[in-house]
Design a binder for this molecule. Structure first.
Ligand code: SAH
Length: 224
């Protein structure tokens, strides 16, 4: 995986390559797709979500230009694989997930890998960032947003880097934002495909998922 999918495609951050070479990705995928754990693809996990393609995890992590000791916010814990990579790089990580059951599973996996202190997993709407713990040296969003979520650049420390897929639900551009004092430089870093970021700074919740949606449909029926 590391030689062919990562180094072979231009990933050159040796720390990222070393961490991904030794972190067992099979611990993060469901039993049904275990034989695909090292394939060049995103894979389905619980709650209709995905564990990102290894190349994409490596690319995003490399773009963050991390060093040990940095404070990192991840939006979209999913399987916990990306968070584990960040933790193994020596960063102090807060990872936000909107599905509590995914957060629970990921927390148990990270604890089993000895990463419970390095990575704190919290449940909430990460499209708003995590203001209580800001500023961050780096922020990575692992779900696609319609635009750079407005709250996030302001939660970067000076010199901090934000990586976020931006575009339509079906396809996005990997976007890097670098903070220099009060200014924010934006770079396009290639096409990508992620599950949608759902929340105030992202896409609307799919109809039928929220309690509010259920209430609306219920009242709708009463009015008919
Ligand atoms: N980094 C993950 C990728 C998970 S896919 C991994 O390595 O497995 C993206 C995740 O973002 C999904 O689990 C989804 O539930 C979550 N997500 C979507 N919108 C979110 C939001 N507003 N706040 C927090 N998590 C969100």
């Amino acid at each position: 995986m590391v030689q062919r999918q990562l180094r072979g495609r231009g990933i050159h951050d040796e720390n990222v390559l070393a961490v991904m070479a030794e972190l067992p990705r099979e611990l993060f995928v469901p039993a049904g797709v275990l034989s695909h754990a090292y394939m060049d693809d995103a894979l389905p996990i619980a709650s209709g979500q995905t564990i990102s393609q290894p190349y994409m995890v490596a690319r995003m992590t490399e773009l963050l230009d991390l060093r040990a000791g940095m404070r990192v916010l991840e939006v979209g814990t999913g399987s916990g694989y990306g968070a584990a990579v960040l933790g193994r790089l020596g960063c102090s990580v807060i990872s936000v997930e909107r599905h509590p059951e995914l957060a629970d599973t990921a927390r148990a996996r990270l604890a089993a890998l000895g990463l419970a202190d390095a990575v704190r997993i919290v449940v909430g709407d990460g499209s708003l960032g995590w203001p209580a713990e800001a500023p961050f040296d780096a922020i990575v969003v692992t779900a696609g947003a319609p635009r750079v979520p407005a709250a996030l650049p302001a939660q970067l420390a000076d010199g901090g880097r934000l990586v976020v897929p931006v575009g339509m639900r079906a396809r996005q551009e990997l976007t890097l934002v670098i903070r220099a004092g009060g200014t924010f430089e934006t770079h396009d870093c290639g096409g990508c495909v992620f599950v949608p970021l759902i929340g105030e700074g992202g896409f609307a919740e799919p109809a039928g998922e929220s309690a509010q949606g259920r209430r609306r449909r219920w009242f709708g029926r009463l009015l008919l």
